[in-house]
Design a protein around this ligand. Sequence first.
Ligand SMILES: *[C@@H]1O[C@H](CO)[C@@H](O)[C@H](O)[C@H]1NC(C)=O
Ligand SMILES: *[C@@H]1O[C@H](CO)[C@@H](O)[C@H](O)[C@H]1NC(C)=O
Ligand SMILES: *[C@@H]1O[C@H](CO)[C@@H](O)[C@H](O)[C@H]1NC(C)=O
Ligand SMILES: *[C@@H]1O[C@H](CO)[C@@H](O)[C@H](O)[C@H]1NC(C)=O
Ligand SMILES: *[C@@H]1O[C@H](CO)[C@@H](O)[C@H](O)[C@H]1NC(C)=O
Ligand SMILES: *[C@@H]1O[C@H](CO)[C@@H](O)[C@H](O)[C@H]1NC(C)=O
Length: 785
Amino acid sequence: MNMASSILLFLFLPFLSLTTSHSASSSLAMGSSLSVEKPQDVILSPNGVFSARFVAIGTNAYSFAICFTQTCSHNHPAIVWMANREDPVNGKRSKLSLSPTGNLVLDDAAQRTVWSSNTDSFASPVLHLKDNGNLVLSDLQGTVLWQSFDFPTDTLLPGQPLTRHTQLVSARSSTNHSSGFYKLFFDDDNVLRLLYDGPDVSSIYWPNPWLVSWEAGRSTYNSSRLATLDSLGRFMSSDGFSFTTSDYGGRKQRRLKLDSDGNLRVYTLHDEWFVSWQLRGDLCNIHGICGGNSACSYDPKLGKKCSCLPGYRVKNHSDWSYGCEPVFVLSCNRSESTFLELTGVEIYGYDATFTANISYSNCTNLCLEDCNCKGFQYSYNQDKNYYTCYTKMQLLNGRCTPSFKGTMSLKVPKNHRLFTEESFGSNEHVCTVKILRVYNEYHVSKIVRFFLWVATAIGALELVCGFVVWGFIVKTRQKSGADEHDYHPLTDRFRKYSYSELKEATKGFSEEIGRGAGGIVYKGILPDQRHAAIKKLNECKQGEGEFLAEVSIIGRLNHMNLIEMWGYCAEGKHRLLVYEYMEKGSLAENLSSNTLDWSKRYNIAIATARVLAYLHEECLEWILHCDIKPQNILLDANYQPKVADFGLSKLQNRNSLNNSSFSMIRGTRGYMAPEWVLNLAITSKVDVYSYGIVLLEMITGKSPTMGVQNIDGEELYNGRVVAWVREKRKGTSWLDHIIDPAIQTNYDESKMELLTQVALDCVEEDKDIRPTMSQVVEMLQSIPH
Ligand SMILES: *[C@@H]1O[C@H](CO)[C@@H](O)[C@H](O)[C@H]1NC(C)=O
Ligand SMILES: *[C@@H]1O[C@H](CO)[C@@H](O)[C@H](O)[C@H]1NC(C)=O
Ligand SMILES: *[C@@H]1O[C@H](CO)[C@@H](O)[C@H](O)[C@H]1NC(C)=O
Ligand SMILES: *[C@@H]1O[C@H](CO)[C@@H](O)[C@H](O)[C@H]1NC(C)=O
Ligand SMILES: *[C@@H]1O[C@H](CO)[C@@H](O)[C@H](O)[C@H]1NC(C)=O
Ligand SMILES: *[C@@H]1O[C@H](CO)[C@@H](O)[C@H](O)[C@H]1NC(C)=O
């Protein structure tokens, strides 16, 4: 040993003794070590802000890390760097030592080297923690052998450069510090980018991938590839990207972190850490956030939610980044596939083909012909005035965007029991999408089961995305073009109201506008100034969950001739429903005030028949109306009818409906089918009967309830009007005798005759002789307008 080194040894003795006596120091000298078992084994920066030490990151799992001193022993320490993020060590016997050869080594309990700096030097290197949080191994001459700033994990500290050789890699999750899927790095074209590098796919999500660099405000010409956050809170990158934090100025403690959700944020310490800048407000812009075959929805309050696309189920409940997997196997035989069409979901990228100005059926064919096609997006280009077709190889980057004006069609097998509870039941969150229709014929009962389930699931959970109306049409409505697509705008959010909100809206339930089975209807003005009809249900023995499930089913029925339900309230014993308000009032009011000529009446008859057919057949067999009467048919400004109170029978008679026999008589006297009185099975034909009575009332102007004093059974269903019309019809020019005097003489005779014929068919005593509602529609449409 020469003179110089003995002097050096002497000089460093104090340090050695410091570290070996386990008190915090700002450096670690050659030959000494820090033990995981001694909490006081800490390298402290001279200003005390940073500590380098073992940090517990799980049960008996430790990492050697740099953290903000005041948080190091918290549950969620603010860690700025980690030596062994992938490979935590045991809480016993693990240690970090600076070897005599100048290598910084992290050994676990079994003396296995988990991490090392891969340095060697005989010039007495020392490990220092600087005031800026940089852990530096330098030798006597001051040469830096290794520094933590050159090996960032997910955090960049002020003054720490991000260079062509470094990148930030997010943690796997907020609790798992292993390398995750997101990277911030300088790309080969000198642009700073964020990459999602998932298990199956990878994609750039920032700057927006559809922009070329200069559109995104980036330059590709500066090859220095350097980005830093300065001490005042300004970030500058050599490609021209920059930002300043919301608390710019001062010398506060800040850190730029690529979080495990793929978002880039700056945190500033003011007693606690708060976000002083972030890249994305809406996390659904971040690729891979919900994995494949899923849709992301974002709510500013609730944050991000993921849900599987219909027909897919979540792979790993505890980790959405695995996404969802199909519950079916697609055949390559095109005649064995069909499509499920959704709106409100956009799926970005992974297009197999892109075809402009194409018809819907041609787009469908493109996808059917390609075995690897998982579905297609069909969207309207407003500028060019045509539709564009994107067939998808993968269903990635799905997000719920009610504003998205296209449809997404998922390829599904025709004959698969896809839509079972298991396929959906496991979702933590349900993103609400609107299913427009199933393309091609599809077996109804399966679909119905599926919708039932979806609706129930949605109803029971908090709603997230844009709201969804639940309308589906099994077959394309026939138009000769067959390609016409009418995209219904998404209705306003179906929402939950509080009781006090509705009390205020109705001024304390002061203005009654109707009264019927089940409750009283009040006029109200909602907080957003919409006029509404608010129905307060009488007694409802259902629990809240059950009520919600049913209400959400009703709320999702969508037909232009159904009154729209905007929301509901279920609080304590209160059960209220919020509907759109119809200025023109009910058919009953309009009949008595003589505002309807024959053609308006005919149109009302057809439209009412259509919506009942929709409820009975196209929609769901079990949604009977059970209380069809002129008071429940409301008219909009154009005298288009909208049927109200549908589905309430379901709300109130849930159990008895299951076996399609009601224990309790429902409906309104005069309009009720004989089955009620005779205690026969209740089917959709009870609605047909009531509809027939309503038609007779529209034709004759005579209400079946008028003048009926005796309310015993016979009198009730052998409504006088029916008998009277049958009688008159045997004579000559019978129409003139029965028609409502309020109708002028210049009516269309053939139409009114037909209407009468249909009405009488509908009120046949034997329910099996009565037509179905869709037969009624056909009959009424047989005479062209
Ligand atoms: C953390 O994530 C990694 C990578 O996915 C995984 O291998 C590891 O088991 C996870 N650790 C814990 C404690 O969950
Ligand atoms: C390139 O970027 C560096 C770092 O931001 C900057 O100092 C330099 O002036 C830039 N060069 C040009 C030509 O803009
Ligand atoms: C689900 O993810 C968690 C966290 O990444 C992981 O620990 C677990 O092994 C995964 N389970 C399955 C079945 O893949
Ligand atoms: C495709 O499926 C249809 C109906 O399932 C079947 O009749 C036909 O033989 C199949 N074609 C081929 C090539 O397998
Ligand atoms: C789209 O196609 C139709 C016929 O297929 C054609 O008439 C129309 O000009 C096309 N539009 C554009 C913008 O190319
Ligand atoms: C659809 O495809 C058929 C045949 O493949 C073609 O004749 C027709 O022009 C296409 N129509 C449109 C609108 O693309």
